[in-house]
Design a binder for this molecule. Structure first.
Ligand code: ADP
Ligand code: YYY
Length: 325
């Protein structure tokens, strides 16, 4: 059930090299910020609100990291194998599929979003669904290191721009106050350097932030929901295999929810380390673009942040705001 689908085959697509002129765009929203500040969930919901395309640029760096892990490249050997890795990325095909409905894995997200629809995203690397594999602790640990290399960033930049060009929605006309108004098509992309490097002329740049503890707690909530979900699925499959549905006849012990996910403090440490690497790297570090609107969502609801960004975009497109503050 997909409402949008983009595919980029790196080796055959038309690319734009670093520094060359960007393709003309209608309306681009760049959302940057530190890890777990709410970028991707917000970007997906804003894209859905405005009928725009969406690209999660972090997933491209995560795919690059997965390629490195699968090649057996050790974390401390990345530098030695970087040109091999950059050509693997250039030869890879990647597809980002936007799902209409929030899937099982987004239960926490759906709760946070209230009545907002937050589409899920499926990521395909060389036609294989790697949506889950790119979010494992191994990838989390290595991704900032992989993303710090210039040749990797150059290969990913080509992919980002090509994916965005393919994902951009086309313009439509609406009737407002008796007048026909052109609504531009567009794309929302989230990451670390979208407003500074990838789309420096984006029509709207948002820098999303939240306190380190709020971010760690949100990630912990996500993990604990995933673990509970997995345990529930296992319980269901066990009860199916034993022919009962929790009827007390089963000889197998009930599956208990294992606390095999990290503590909030562990997550806070991991986020802090990754932020440090992203902020202090030489190439395209995480920075607040001078013309970005900074939103600290520590005390905002998910809906508040999505609606305020969507309304800011509407204002800049010459449209009426839809939500009152
Ligand atoms: N304002 C908010 N209040 C509470 N939870 C939020 C808010 N914004 C985002 N979240 C939740 O925070 C978690 C991390 O968000 P995510 O979009 O994955 O961040 P990022 O892409 O920056 O890593 C998700 O579970 C999301 O639903
Ligand atoms: N435009 C981007 C997007 C992500 N990155 C890097 C930096 C991050 O540590 C990793 C993973 O990004 P991702 O957005 O998936 O990470 P979080 O969801 O915030 O935990 O990729 C980047 O350097 N530039």
């Amino acid at each position: 059930m997909f409402c949008a689908r983009v595919r980029v085959l790196c080796s055959t697509s038309k690319f734009w090299s670093l520094g060359r002129k960007q393709p003309a765009r209608e309306f681009t929203i760049a959302i940057d910020g530190p890890a777990a500040s709410g970028k991707s969930s917000t970007a997906r919901a804003v894209a859905k609100e405005l009928g725009f395309g969406y690209i999660d640029s972090g997933s491209i760096y995560r795919c690059a990291t997965l390629l490195a892990l699968r090649q057996g490249i050790a974390a401390d050997k990345i530098d030695e194998h970087i040109s091999e890795l950059a050509s693997l990325i250039s030869e890879a095909s990647m597809e980002i599929r936007i799902q209409k409905d929030a899937g099982r894995h987004t239960i926490g997200l759906a709760a946070a979003a209230g009545r907002l629809v937050v589409p899920g995203v499926q990521v395909l690397l060389n036609s294989e669904d790697v949506s889950k594999e790119i979010r494992t602790p191994e990838v989390n640990r290595l991704v900032a290191k992989v993303a710090s290399d210039r040749s990797v960033r150059e290969a990913v930049l080509h992919m980002q721009r090509a994916l965005a060009a393919a994902a951009e929605s086309s313009s439509t006309t609406i009737r407002q106050k008796g007048k026909d108004i052109k609504v531009p098509g567009g794309v929302v992309m989230d990451g670390r350097d979208i407003g500074t490097t990838v789309f420096p002329t984006a029509e709207l740049k948002i820098y999303l932030d939240a306190s380190p503890m709020a971010r760690a707690i949100r990630r912990w909530d996500e993990l604990s929901n995933q673990v509970k979900d997995a345990a529930k699925a296992k319980r269901l499959s066990n009860s199916r295999n034993t022919g009962g549905a929790g009827d007390g006849q089963s000889t197998k012990p009930a599956v208990t929810v294992q606390a095999d996910y990290p503590s909030v403090e562990d997550i806070a440490r991991e986020l802090e380390q990754r932020d440090y690497q992203d902020i202090n790297r030489e190439h395209s570090p995480l920075r607040i673009a001078s013309d970005a609107v900074v939103i600290d969502n520590t005390n905002l609801t998910f809906e508040q942040q999505v609606y305020s960004i969507a309304d800011l975009a509407r204002e800049r497109m010459g449209l009426e705001r839809k939500h009152d503050d």
